[in-house]
Design a protein around this ligand. Structure first.
Ligand code: CP
Length: 301
């Protein structure tokens, strides 16, 4: 079976650091063409702006070509074809599959039947490993290193796949976590148990003020409306946190605010012009990181 990236746990610490090094190389020189002749499928069964377009841009900048779809409304899944059959067929046409799907575990199923590497571009509330690698790239760039950082994750820690992958990845780098969420959206127990087993400290709170002034990274997240089974429950928590510029007066000078985006209203636009805002640059680095992931999985770096 070819090496795929389904969970961030598929990459060792050395592999993660290697991807960040290669991404830096591509940021210095983004016009590469060593994948000329390759074809990569981007299959998005769920909406995306950043992930799909940065992957497609990465494929093009590496000299390969892209096929795929931005939603599955015009595919034979509407006629009842299974995900497994779709992936087996697409495997015949391409050298790699990048896939986003609303169902947790779908990427794993795809990798189990694919004859080419599969990259998980987000599966339900489960994992978003390429987001994590670009998050690490941004953290390393802004802090100069990844070790012993204070990271405050705020918002929807239950359904946010980006925070799940990031917590798993950071276990390699001895972080100290504050998890800020309402009671309904706390970090799932399995991630807390994983941190405890690894000897990594964390604190849970519902007050954003608690972890604001000590953190190196403030990782804001959107409340994931699309994952709520009950809209009344969503409406209760959707506006629970709103970061504004006036709340940042006591933060560390080098602190950076990150967000996987899209944002809704959890970061006021007056934060954008502060020296702490880093979410747009964070997303920008995603293209280089995805170039590095594709190159690595295809055996070119
Ligand atoms: N961060 C992220 O996955 O954004 P998109 O949903 O726009 O791809």
């Amino acid at each position: 079976m070819p090496k795929s990236l389904i969970s961030i746990q598929d990459f060792s610490k050395d592999e993660i650091l290697h991807i960040l090094d290669v991404a830096r190389e591509f940021e210095q020189n983004r016009e590469q063409d060593f994948l000329k002749g390759k074809v990569i499928a981007c299959l998005f069964f769920e909406p995306s702006t950043r992930t799909r377009l940065s992957f497609e841009s990465a494929v093009n900048r590496l000299g390969a070509r892209v096929i795929g779809f931005p939603d599955n409304r015009n595919t034979s899944q509407t006629k009842g074809e299974t995900l497994e059959d779709t992936i087996k067929i697409v495997s015949n046409y391409v050298d790699m599959i990048v896939m986003r799907h609303p169902v947790a575990g779908a990427a794993d199923i795809a990798a189990s039947v694919a004859s080419v590497p599969v990259i998980n571009a987000g599966d339900g509330a489960n994992q978003h490993p390429t987001q994590t690698l670009l998050d690490l790239y941004a953290i390393q760039k802004t802090q100069g290193h990844l070790e012993n950082l204070n990271i405050n994750m705020v918002g929807d820690l239950k359904y946010g796949r980006a925070v799940h992958s990031l917590v798993e990845a950071m276990r390699h780098f001895s972080p100290h976590f504050v998890f800020t969420s309402p009671e309904e959206l706390t970090m799932p127990r399995k991630y807390l148990e994983m941190l405890s087993a690894a000897g990594i400290s964390y604190k849970e709170t519902s007050r954003i003020e608690d972890g604001l002034n000590d953190c190196d990274i403030l990782y804001m997240t959107r409340v994931q409306q699309e994952r709520f089974p009950d809209m009344d429950e969503y409406n209760k928590v959707k506006d629970v946190y709103r970061l504004t510029a006036s709340m940042l007066s006591g933060v560390k000078p080098g602190m950076k605010i990150m967000h996987p985006l899209p944002r809704v209203n959890e970061i006021a636009t007056d934060v954008d012009s502060t020296p702490y805002a880093y979410y747009f640059q964070q997303a920008g680095g995603g293209m280089y990181v995805r170039m590095a992931i594709i190159s690595y999985l295809l055996g070119y770096r």
